[in-house]
Design a protein around this ligand. Structure first.
Ligand code: DHB
Length: 402
């Protein structure tokens, strides 16, 4: 048996997606060393399509802390600023103007690009990021020097010892099972999203969130020639069973209306069914273990809060870790759960609310009829009231950081 190769660092981060990398980046800027480990390869993460909307403060965080790939802040130069969204129901689109309502906008900039930029920033700064490894396990959390062990790409046993361990290991986190006294809150939904990437020109200047009798649809974008779209489907749907024609006739039916809206079609280049779940685990800290991002909370995708919440966690976490290690006083870490969860529960409500306002719940016809008319009442009152639309604008563009 080859000997274990050991590395000593200040913070061992399990998970090298946006949450783990952003935390590592912020810690580096504060002069704190970290090692990031992830069982996925860089290529796997880079090619897994996720959401595409960044809140105002997420863009600021990336731009102001120097996250860029090749000499310029791509989020600003390549991202698209969106000053609002369209809510579409009854076959008509209603613009919700964030700039007018709350003086803020969001940026369409895919999570895959955020990952590329963060990975480039960490690599450029000499960060220790280790991908494609296996068998990650966390040990000795009841001591002053916890350990993360794994086998590297060549099967060599490795160990990282650290003052603190952060679980940024996503919605299938194993780190979260190590939190003592944990409580979990969750909700499931009787539907999922069918997500596609297609080669087609844009159909709209901004995103369209559409409610129809056939269910929800979202028209998002990627570039001038590639678009991202989603439609509500059964969670057991088999993405492979859908031809391009079937996908387009379903999307067209959900977007059709007397205003003559045109949805541009083209070849479908990717199709996946995305799960839907609301989940929170508290506390987000137990001794020397801390959780960040999806490991501690998952939101349904409506409103694109997941990545934004993960980035918001890392900002608070980097700050408390810097204070705790600087002072040698771990009690400072106690603040983390309450500060992070205040935002998490707002986002949980926001994502749940946008979801239930726009999706059809399969079930008894008498409830469907009532719910349909109630949803139309809700949407009508929202688009015809500054107060209603302002709640949407504030939540979508993101609450101020605590
Ligand atoms: C996208 C995803 C979302 O969940 C959303 O609310 C808006 C945009 C996207 O992938 O572009």
């Amino acid at each position: 048996m080859p000997a274990v190769t050991s590395t000593r660092t200040q913070v061992a981060i399990v998970g090298g997606g946006p949450a783990g990398l952003m935390l590592s980046h912020l810690l580096h800027r504060a002069g704190i060393d970290s090692v990031v480990v992830d069982h996925r390869t860089v290529e796997e993460i880079r090619t897994t399509h996720r959401a595409g909307i960044l809140e105002r403060d997420s863009v600021r965080l990336l731009a102001e802390t120097g996250v860029y790939e090749s000499g310029h802040e791509r989020v600003i130069t390549d991202g698209d600023r969106h000053g609002g969204i369209y809510l579409r129901f009854g076959g008509e689109s209603h613009h919700v103007d964030f700039e007018h309502l709350v003086g803020a906008s969001v940026w369409l900039y895919p999570q895959t690009d955020v990952f590329v930029d963060l990975h480039a920033a960490r690599t450029r700064d000499g960060g220790d990021v280790r991908y494609g490894i296996s068998g990650v396990a966390v040990h000795d959390l009841d001591t002053d020097l916890p350990r993360v062990t794994y086998a590297d790409e060549d099967g060599q046993a490795q160990e990282v010892t650290a003052d603190l361990v952060v679980g940024a290991d996503g919605s299938r986190s194993t780190c979260r099972d190590l939190v003592e006294g944990r409580q979990r809150y969750s909700r499931t939904y009787p539907f999922a999203w069918f997500g596609i990437l297609c080669e087609a020109p844009r159909s709209s200047d901004e995103l369209i969130y559409a409610r129809s009798e056939r269910g929800f649809a979202l028209i998002s974008q990627r570039t001038d020639s590639v678009q991202r779209m989603y439609f509500q489907c059964d969670p057991a749907e088999d993405a492979g069973a859908w031809s391009d024609d079937r996908i387009w006739s379903e999307l067209q039916a959900r977007l059709a209306g007397p205003d003559g809206f045109q949805l541009n079609e083209g070849p479908v280049i990717e199709r996946t069914v995305l799960p839907f779940r609301s989940f929170v685990q508290t506390p987000m800290r137990s001794g020397r273990l801390l959780l960040a991002g999806d490991a501690a909370h998952t939101v349904p995708p409506t409103g694109a809060k997941g990545l934004n919440l993960a980035l918001a966690d890392t900002r608070v976490l980097a700050e408390v870790v810097e204070r705790a290690l600087g002072k040698g006083d771990l009690d400072v870490l106690d603040d983390y759960t309450d500060r992070a969860l205040a935002r998490v529960w707002k986002a949980q409500h926001f994502s749940y609310w946008m979801t239930t306002m726009l999706h059809q719940v399969p079930g008894q016809q008498e409830h469907r009829d009532f719910d349909e008319l109630r949803q139309l009442g809700e949407l009508t009152s929202l688009v015809s009231s500054e107060a209603g639309a302002t709640y949407l604008a504030e939540g979508y563009t993101g609450w101020p950081t605590a």
